[in-house]
Design a protein. Structure first.
Length: 658
């Protein structure tokens, strides 16, 4: 009987292997004669599916072409299916991370284009990924979503595979009643579609139910039947392995060795390294007490397979995979650039529309005022004409002002700066929408605890959305104040003259703003410094910012407190320059010291951080020192600070000669 079974399995192996090659040859012929259209995309998709388990390199080769052509043809169904089968290829290689990423991409395309079957397939794959990583509750969420879609879909295999995956999850969770319930639903769906591979897939899953219930013989029967229905697939290596393990546990070693060897043979034919490792390790255990030489031989096979698996990524076999990954990354970069450009255009268009509406409103209002004034004040024609001319002049100034403001906003790069927090807001909003749907489903299913957990996640997302929204608002306000740009080229500059010029500019500017401002400054410049190549406007901005901070600190002692409260305080700022020694580059050092209350040591390390300020709300953006630090760093220099509470603060700027 065993000989007849072996003969049958060998014959089926030859037949299905021949059928597989014939199928591939037919698809390649169809590909050769097809035009670059949607039909060609679907032929490439079928080739990915044909090669994904045994020749992944070819699967990625055809997958790369399928994805590129689908995107070129704007054919979302083909792109979603290609990414779905490529995700399966990654999973077959044991790379669940990349597989899950492609499944989510496929799901995103299916959602965007309302592709029900592709959405159900992607959800099922995602559920399987979570099941393999032992995250069973999350796996069931995605699998039930896939099942709901499959119920309203006419796809032959979607519902069956989803039900089978749910059975697998409940078996892994040891919930045998639930597993049995869904196994009956799977069997019912199987009767409607009498396909051998589907029956084999069902048997490869449901045997464990009977094994866990203690019905070992029934489990063996189901595993044996799965081999008859599908004996040549690389997937049949695992059932043979499971049969061997069962026989090992009931001490039927000859049968265990027989099926273990079958599992190894199939794994070696399909180059499934993971199955080769498990099968050869099992055979080594079985021969350990029986034939030490064979045990060593099988251990060597396991070690060789492990080495091959580890080195697989280093060989040319991964050339197409690497090319695909690189093209996907480049596609994502290009897509992000396109989105950014489109958003920039949208912002520009929106700004233009706002300006146009504002101008139109002003014109409309002015026109009404003019007509009313003309009707009521006809006897004052001269004054009316004069007022009208003034209104026209105001209108021209407003138009020019709005144009310059719009141009300044765009060129300052505000859209770029707020892109990151906006991305957070968009991403957390999308995730929150999904969480709401998940919470509804959990509530409908009666899983109140899970719903509460999801609601907590939703609350956290809303907190993050609020945080990043406020962050975007702060960035816009800060960037509007710092949108001035410099020519960007260096020129030989007298550092002493520059330091003195901006010191006086700061002093007189503060006096102009505050009539009560009362401070003094003293300078000590080193005449041997000479000229240094700097971007004059940028370094001037750095000095102006530090001078303003120094005068502010020196002139506000009453709010901070000093070590000696009885001393007479005269707010003073000292500015000194000195030449760096040749060992230090021969540049210049600019020191700015104030006699203010100093900076507390607890916050001294934070003062160069963006948006950090010790000034009251509305009096500082927190960007000044951060921008100053970046400017000096760009010159190859550095900024440091020394401070003692109650005695004052010193900022030291070092600028290299070149």
């Amino acid at each position: 009987m065993k000989t007849m079974l072996l003969t049958s399995l060998f014959a089926l192996s030859l037949f299905f292997g021949y059928a597989q090659n014939t199928r591939r040859d037919s698809l390649k012929h169809e590909l050769a004669i097809s035009k670059p259209d949607t039909h060609r995309v679907m032929v490439l998709v079928q080739l990915i599916n044909s090669y994904k388990f045994d020749i992944p390199d070819s699967a990625f080769f055809y997958g790369q072409k399928a994805v590129a052509l689908a995107r070129q043809m704007k054919f979302p169904k083909g792109e979603a299916q290609a990414l779905f089968f490529l995700a399966g290829t990654y999973s077959a290689l044991g790379n669940s991370s990349n597989g899950l990423e492609l499944d989510f991409k496929s799901l995103q395309i299916a959602n965007k284009n309302n592709l029900i079957k592709e959405k159900a397939d992607a959800l099922m794959h995602i559920g399987n990924h979570y099941a393999k990583s032992q995250n069973f509750p999350k796996a069931l969420i995605y699998l039930h979503q896939a099942l709901n879609l499959s119920d309203s879909n006419t796809a032959v295999s979607s519902k069956f595979l989803t039900l089978n995956s749910i059975v697998f999850v409940f078996l892994e969770m040891n919930k045998l009643d639930s597993a049995e319930y869904y196994s009956k639903l799977t069997a019912g769906d199987l009767k409607q579609h009498k396909q051998g591979w589907m029956r084999a897939e069902y048997l490869r899953t449901v045997w464990k139910l009977y094994y866990k219930k203690g019905e070992t013989q029934q489990a063996l029967d189901f595993l044996g039947q799965s081999l008859i229905d599908d004996s040549t697939s690389s997937l049949s290596s695992r059932p043979n392995y499971e049969i061997a393990k069962i026989y090992q546990q009931i001490s039927l070693m000859d049968s265990a060795i027989y099926y273990g060897q079958k599992s190894l043979d199939i794994a070696q034919r399909s180059t499934s390294y993971s199955n080769i490792i498990t099968a050869s390790k099992l055979l080594a255990q079985l021969y350990e007490s029986k034939d030490a030489q064979k045990a060593i031989q099988y251990n060597k096979i396991a070690i060789a397979a492990q080495d091959s698996l580890n080195n697989f990524a280093k060989t040319n076999a991964f050339k197409n995979i690497t090319e695909f990954d690189e093209k996907e990354r480049q596609y994502e970069i290009d897509t992000a650039k396109t989105v950014f450009k489109n958003q920039t255009r949208q912002y520009a268009l929106l700004a233009g529309i706002c300006v146009f509406v504002l101008i139109a409103f002003i014109l409309f209002r002015n026109n009404r005022h003019k007509q009313k004034a003309y009707a009521l004040l006809q006897n004052q024609k001269q004054e009316t004409e004069k007022a009208y001319e003034q209104l026209k002049a105001t209108q021209s100034q407003l138009i020019q002002s709005e144009k310059m403001a719009s141009l300044g906003e765009l060129t300052a790069g505000i859209a770029h700066e707020i892109q990151n927090p906006l991305n957070f807001v968009n991403n957390f909003s999308e995730v929150s929408a999904d969480l709401v749907e998940e919470m509804k489903e959990e509530l409908l299913m009666g899983n109140n605890q899970q719903a509460i957990s999801i609601s907590n996640d939703l609350k956290e997302n809303l907190v993050k959305i609020t945080h990043h929204g406020r962050r975007a608002d702060a960035i816009v306000k800060g960037m509007l104040q710092h949108s001035q740009t410099s020519p960007g080229y260096k020129e030989l500059t007298d550092i002493n003259a520059l330091a003195d010029e901006y010191l006086r500019l700061s002093y007189h500017g503060l006096r102009a703003k505050d009539k009560n401002f009362n401070a003094d400054f003293k300078t000590d410049f080193d005449d041997t410094i000479g000229k240094i190549a700097v971007v004059k406007q940028d370094i001037g901005r750095v000095l102006l910012n530090i001078y303003n901070n120094a005068f502010y600190a020196a002139s506000m002692p009453s709010e901070r407190g000093f070590k000696d409260p009885f001393r007479t305080h005269q707010p003073t700022v000292w500015v000194t320059t000195s030449k760096l020694p040749p060992s230090g580059g021969g540049g210049a050092v600019i020191s700015v010291r104030d006699n203010g209350p100093g900076i507390p040591s607890a916050i001294l390390d934070k003062i160069f951080q963006p948006f950090f300020t010790t000034k009251p709300t509305g009096q500082g953006t927190g960007l000044g020192l951060s921008l100053s630090y970046d400017i000096v760093k760009a010159h190859g220099g550095g900024v440091s600070v020394e401070s003692k509470e109650g005695e004052g603060t010193t900022f030291i700027i070092q600028l290299p000669k070149l």
